[in-house]
Design a protein around this ligand. Structure first.
Ligand SMILES: [Zn+2]
Length: 259
């Protein structure tokens, strides 16, 4: 089994470092900055960075790719539909790749950007998801390029993954996301309990990730468009009844943009 460590970058990014201790090799997800990775490698002599996994083209996810590739000779994987610096392997939905001896299936999850991909490792002992800026703990990425309908479909695919899947998203947004989730569903005890827990974690400067699919289905308003309470608040805010699930999602996403 690999170890996964968060290397903080910028103000609220995490560069996930996947570590294969037996062979002392590692892979990094979305290195927006090379420095934290190079520092980790300098502190761990004997280790090699073999692979770089990119989910989408935003600068805080690809800014360190060229420098790391040059320094370490790592292979660069990235979405086929976007321009990714130094990309060696262009990935499309349904493809599988092997990284650190594990198989990863590619999911095309447009919405935040149009070519955004996620990497899913289906090991029944511990499924893993690297989902960039698509699904966040108690939230989801902004719709910079795609439509609400596309994002709703992408999130539905992620929500259909096994309940115990560990979800590695790339920003520490959990606390503000949960404050919004409480506004959407003030009567949902799973959300208020999680808000209390994450408030404690963040007060101690502890990381709130990874999350799990099961917890997201209970507490993430963007995975709960079918729930009566969420439908009701979306109807009230949009002034129309009988909204489709996509329209509920769009209403909640629009509200969050101004929250
Ligand atoms: Zn992004």
């Amino acid at each position: 089994m690999i170890q996964i460590e968060a290397l903080p970058a910028f103000t609220d990014n995490y560069l996930w470092l996947l570590q294969d201790g037996r062979q002392q090799r590692c892979a990094v997800v979305d290195p927006g900055d090379a420095a934290p990775v190079l520092q980790w490698l300098a502190e761990h002599p004997g280790w090699r960075l073999t692979d770089i996994l990119v989910t989408h083209h935003h600068p805080d996810h690809v800014g360190g790719v060229t420098e790391l590739k040059k320094a370490c000779g790592a292979r660069v994987f990235g979405p086929a539909l976007e321009t990714i610096p130094g990309r060696d392997v262009a990935l499309e939905d349904g493809q599988s790749i092997e990284v650190l001896g594990l198989e990863w299936r590619i999911l095309h999850v447009p919405g935040h950007t149009l070519g955004h991909i996620a990497y899913f490792h289906a090991d029944p002992r511990q499924p893993l998801l690297l989902c960039g800026d698509t699904l966040f703990a108690a939230g989801c990425g902004r719709l910079f390029e795609g439509t609400a309908q596309q994002m709703h479909h992408s999130l539905s695919r992620l929500a259909a993954l096994p309940d115990d899947t560990l979800v590695y998203c790339t920003h520490e947004y959990t606390l503000s996301n949960l404050r919004f989730a409480c506004a959407v569903e003030p009567e949902n005890p799973a959300i208020s309990n999680r808000l209390a827990e994450v408030t404690r974690l963040r007060a101690a400067s502890a990381i709130s990730l990874p999350t799990r699919i099961a917890l997201e289905k209970q507490t993430n308003p963007f995975l709960r468009s079918a729930e009566a309470a969420v439908r009701q608040v979306a109807a009230t805010r949009s002034g129309s009844e009988n909204l489709s699930e996509e329209a509920v999602f769009a209403a909640i996403r629009g509200w969050k943009d101004q929250f």
